[in-house]
Write a protein that binds this ligand. Sequence first.
Ligand code: GLP
Length: 264
Amino acid sequence: MANLELLREARFGEIGVKIYEDRSDASVSVARRIANLIKQRQSESKMAVLGLATGATPVKVYEELIRLHQEEGLSFRNVISFNLDEYFPMQPDSKHSYVEFMKHNLFAHIDILPENIHIPDGTLKEEDVEKYCEEYENKIEEVGGIDFQLLGIGRTGHIGFNEPGSSADSLTRMVVLNDVTRTDAAGGFGGKENVPTKAITMGVGSVFKAKAIVLMAWGESKAEIVKHALEGEVSSNVPATFLQHAKGVEFVLDKEAAALLAAS
Ligand code: GLP
């Protein structure tokens, strides 16, 4: 196995931070951690419950998991997954849907059982969303909670689609997307006017229930929000700051995303 270039480890309060030379090494290290969890659970004949994220950030983690499946025989038959969020409204076969994203970037290439995949449903009638969200939470509880939650971070400090104003105990629900978030998504949608104004997202409180949480961030454009998340005052203005109060949180960064941290 190749050695991964871990430049530095630090602690910011309760949060462990690992800073890698580049995002590729960082992604491989996260994928190995996920693979170890899956194998550990296999050896106990148990399921591994993963909380999964979309966006550009986790793509290399998924690539490495696919490689481990195809070249090293890692099986995902004991994996149950819950995705963080989905745009609303959204058809699952749209190229913009997170269903399509997950299929393309991970699920189509591994042996996870389709019935074990959960992604919030963007096709519901608005009046059915609340009940659906309650059921999403219940399903997570029924399988014993999330063992490992993967997170990215938006420039507003959102995790999942928990925009500024989200509370620390928020659960899965419908949210209105922030203007910055819609601007950041505009490229993929061919203009901000095409980006849905709403989404269904697991809440900050749902994420906190996970036994382990890894937030990843790459590149200069994330440096400021990463600094704020780790060093800023805890406030619903930047929901990622709530992670300072959660247990079992690790930030995995490349050196550019870590550039503004106090001890860097
Ligand atoms: C979207 C997703 C988030 C993700 C964020 C950052 O808003 N809903 O879960 O963390 O974007 O995206 P990226 O990884 O592309 O920077």
